[in-house]
Design a protein around this ligand. Structure first.
Ligand SMILES: C[S@@+](CC[C@H](N)C(=O)[O-])C[C@H]1O[C@@H](n2cnc3c(N)ncnc32)[C@H](O)[C@@H]1O
Length: 268
């Protein structure tokens, strides 16, 4: 099983994720919201909401947002944010989103940004979205395109490989949502109409190598897990190798490294 299908890595990385990754992912959330026609009467579902990247934006334009995530650390951060900003139209639930605690036909739109892709039973995830959407409601589900297609992913992979030369080269997993044809087939199988999978490209601004790497380390669950297994001394050694690699490969700064996502869309 993919380790990112379990709670522990997300609890571990929640703080760094909310500090850095959330800002990087905001562009994808905004683009997903723009693909739906929402107004101040709409009820929205954000599945695997993390610290609220999409939920907080949706709450500004919609009547209500139901946000669910199984990481209590992520949910705690979102709860703090809504308390701090006195946001009263986001309802949060901590639990496994493969089973949704919502009534049938409840939502005008349902999103899962880089979340459902980790579910051990993706079909169950889609079916729950379908069940809880109103007839005519729309879903937008995002996943990553193959690593080899995204300069930012390849840059991070290169740094990790420099640290750990035994790491295998990235392979496209045709059984995962990296495969847009499978993505479409699964959405159709769950009952969705007007299915499509669209490529969405966003960039990560790199002003300095050190700042870029610091962001990647703080906000990435696999890197935090790797770091936690090493002594501080070994991590510092490996970190220097990664920084040297990045200085050698990124080129002139500032620059923007792009990352391709797939957005699977469908209506009920
Ligand atoms: C990459 S983060 C995305 C967070 C947010 N949607 C965003 O766009 O920033 C993945 C999130 O999926 C959540 N997650 C993964 N599997 C889940 C499951 N079975 N049920 C609920 N949440 C899950 C994790 O806890 C994590 O917050």
């Amino acid at each position: 099983m993919n380790m990112l299908s379990s709670v522990a890595p997300w609890d571990l990385v929640a703080e760094g994720y909310s500090e850095v990754t959330m800002k990087v992912f905001q562009g994808y959330a905004d683009e997903a919201l723009a693909m739906t026609e929402l107004d101040n009467q709409s009820h929205v579902l954000d599945i695997a909401c993390g610290p609220g990247t999409l939920a907080l934006s949706a709450a500004r334009k919609c009547r209500s947002v139901s946000a669910i995530d199984f990481s209590s650390a992520m949910v705690d951060i979102l709860e703090d944010t809504i308390r701090h900003h006195s946001i009263d139209n986001i309802e949060i639930f901590c639990g496994d989103a493969q089973q949704l605690p919502y009534q049938d036909n409840s939502f005008d739109a349902a999103f899962s940004m880089f979340g459902l892709m980790f579910f051990p039973n993706r079909m169950q995830g889609y079916r729950e979205i379908y069940r809880t959407l109103k007839p005519g409601g729309k879903t937008v589900i995002s996943s990553w395109a193959p690593t080899t297609q995204s300069p930012v992913m390849m840059t991070v992979f290169g740094a990790l490989k420099a640290m750990n030369p035994d790491m295998p080269e990235p392979q496209t997993d045709i059984e995962s949502l990296e495969n847009p044809e499978l993505f479409k087939a699964e959405l159709r199988q769950a009952g969705f109409n007007n299915v499509d999978v669209l490529a969405v490209t966003k960039g990560v601004q790199v002003d300095s190598v050190e700042e870029f790497w610091d962001k990647m380390v703080k906000g990435s669950a696999p890197i935090v897990m790797m770091k936690n297994k090493l002594t501080d001394e070994v991590w510092q050694q490996k970190n220097r190798i990664a920084l040297n690699y990045l200085h050698d490969t990124i080129g002139d700064l500032p620059t923007t490294l792009l990352a391709d996502a797939w957005f699977g869309v469908g209506t009920k």
